[in-house]
Write a protein of this length. Structure first.
Lengths: 422, 181
């Protein structure tokens, strides 16, 4: 029976020949991933040990834990949170990756997000693994089910296929594509589904941009997103893999809930109004031109990769961040940070007045330099709900790294095209 | 998670009234206000729940009442306290045109019946009496009208019968030999 990528990955992980959308069955993830966060990992480890009586793991290599949140204050509370995680990981023999960057990026660098792999996490941005032809699914507290039983019951999702053609114009990013998709098809346009990206526009898109796009899948209602693995994905995977992997391509005649064709060359920069990424909050940058900003942020698991930093450097080269604006740039991982330094990009950003911070999740959730009441921030973060980056009385606008950099220079929301002309 | 309440499984037939009808893309955090989404304190949540919608809500809701939503109910970045606040009052189920996946998974884990019932948001009026057979996903009104939704999967049915995923998992997996984990 012809199958989508998601159906093929889930069938393999479930150990059956075929699954189809709507089936409910237990699936064994290749990796069951978490980042340490109070109320999640500490509670889950304690439940495994105290409530379930689990003392040793048969397959500890399937458990992966990152420390990427709460790294920047140096407080006793931080030290305690992380020590609890270290102790549990040591007890169970689980590999712990500490302070190497944002887990959703580091998992790719370490070879967990290989083509055909099935990954779960309590956090939905694991969907960024789709850039490599892996399926990453955020299951919230159901991660515990997998941790204690090695498997998780899931509804096999339907798939919407996106045929991408054309190339993104200068100053336009895959971030603009995700907001375009939400604008066109709604915040539930792919509800409970997987987004499958294909076509020449997909093959022409860099891995970084694929990660940024797939990582935002939840805002279309999707449970995940996945690119057809091509040579770019396979060559990345071969470079980082320490295990074998089985790339999955969709079958001819697979059943799709919908098929949409999008011409990337027609896309223009988008900005999302404070509140959420839903359709009626999505605007062209030009519609918001002139909106003053005090903070600008490039980072998060949906940005801050080398392509995003190159985009920012392109805009900021020879320019200055506007007076009264603070631009913070957070590379997605230490390895991205080092590459950006080697390429001289961070020198360009620093010369423009940007502040570069060590890689972590801390800006994006309002832990590091929280926004103050009345501030307007333009951000590549994943969320702009009230209070997400600090005060509930601050406003968060979201856009691409191009748009954030251009807005930082102008002091008002601006497209990269606008700055390039000035 | 330890701050979450222990709620019993729902009865076979949930009988109550429609306590409120929300629109499409409803962000559940608004039930208590985004500035309050980190509290699990019962008195505090009761003082905040639905205040912005109806200040009498907490006093008039009775156990067994349900809330109704439009399309994509629970959209946004759902936190747990808003549903704790509603369940503390006795809200026994959410009936909606459709649910946002993250909300659906998070609250199903907590054992809350979330029923997808096409036509529900226009088919009932606030205050209507409803009898909800949550396993069959049917909603019967006083006038005999019946709305039919999508029954939960066998696995979700078992989660709800157990009073949440944690209890089901404990029944299935607690104290098993460690080498089976």
């Amino acid at each position: 029976m012809p199958s989508t990528i998601a159906e093929k990955i889930l069938a393999r992980a479930a150990g059956v020949d075929v699954v189809k959308a709507g089936d409910n069955l237990p699936v064994r993830p290749d990796y069951m991933i978490a980042y340490d966060f109070p109320g999640y990992t500490d509670v889950m480890f304690k439940q495994m040990h105290d409530d379930f009586g689990i003392r040793t793991l048969a397959e500890p290599h399937r458990y992966v834990v990152f420390i990427d949140h709460m790294l920047t204050k140096g407080t006793e509370q931080e030290r305690e949170v992380h020590q609890v995680t270290r102790d549990w990981c040591e007890f169970y023999g689980i590999e712990l990756h500490e302070a190497r960057g944002i887990g959703h990026q580091v998992m790719a660098e370490l070879g967990y997000a290989l083509p055909g792999n099935f990954l779960i996490h309590f956090d939905g941005h694991i969907s960024g693994a789709g850039a490599f032809g892996a399926l990453g699914w955020g299951v919230r507290r159901d991660l515990l089910e997998a941790w204690v039983s090695g498997q998780i019951y899931l509804d096999v999702p339907a798939t919407t296929r996106f045929e991408l053609v054309g190339e993104l114009a200068d100053g336009v990013d895959s971030r603009d594509l995700v907001h375009h998709i939400i604008g066109e098809y709604g915040a539930d346009g792919c509800a409970h589904q997987v987004m499958e990206f294909s076509g020449p526009g997909a093959r022409g898109m860099s891995i970084d941009r694929r990660q940024g796009l797939c990582g935002m899948a939840m805002f279309t209602g999707a449970v995940s997103a996945v690119f057809e693995p091509d040579e770019a994905a396979l060559s990345y995977a071969r470079r980082v893999a320490s295990t074998g992997f089985t790339p999955q391509l969709p079958d001819e005649g697979a059943d799709y809930a919908a098929v949409h064709t999008i011409d990337l060359s027609e896309l223009r920069p988008r900005v999302v109004l404070p509140g959420s990424a839903r359709s009626d909050n999505t605007r062209g940058v030009d519609e918001l031109a002139g909106t003053p900003v005090t903070k600008a942020f490039i980072g998060s698991c949906a940005s801050g990769r080398i392509e995003d930093i190159r985009a920012a450097a392109l805009i900021l080269d020879g320019r200055k961040v506007a007076p009264g604006v603070e631009l913070n740039v957070v590379p997605t991982s230490d390895s991205v940070h080092q590459q950006a330094e080697r390429e001289g990009l961070l020198d360009v950003l620093r010369a423009a007045g940007a502040q570069i911070a060590r890689s972590s999740c801390d800006f994006c959730f309002g832990y590091q330099k929280p926004l103050q009441p009345g501030e307007n921030c333009i951000s590549t973060g994943v969320l702009n709900i009230s209070g997400r980056m600090g005060s509930t009385e601050a406003n968060i606008y979201m856009g691409s790294a191009y748009t954030v950099a251009a807005s930082a220079v102008a002091g008002t929301i601006s497209s990269a095209e606008g700055v390039a002309r000035s | 998670m330890s701050a979450l309440r222990d709620y019993p499984p729902p009865p076979d037939l949930i009988r109550g009234r429609v306590a409120w009808i929300f629109g499409d893309d409803f962000d559940i955090d608004l039930v208590i206000g985004v500035e309050n989404i980190k509290s699990y304190d019962a008195d505090f949540l009761r003082s905040k729940v639905m205040r912005e919608f109806d200040p009498t809500f907490a006093d008039r809701v009775r156990p067994g009442d349900v809330i109704v939503g439009g399309r994509n109910f629970g959209y946004g970045h759902p936190h747990y306290p808003p549903m704790v606040a509603l369940r503390d009052l006795g809200i026994a189920a959410v009936l909606a045109e459709s649910f946002s996946p993250g909300f659906w998974r998070g609250e199903t884990y907590n054992g809350m019946p979330l029923l997808t019932v096409p036509g529900i948001s226009t088919g009932v009026t606030k205050g209507d009496n409803v009898a909800v057979d949550w396993r069959a996903a049917t909603v019967r009104l006083d006038d005999g009208t019946e709305l039919r939704g999508t029954p939960p999967s066998d696995r979700v049915r078992r989660v709800i019968e157990a009073g949440g995923s944690l209890k089901l998992l404990l029944a299935e997996h607690a104290h098993q030999p460690a080498d089976q984990a």
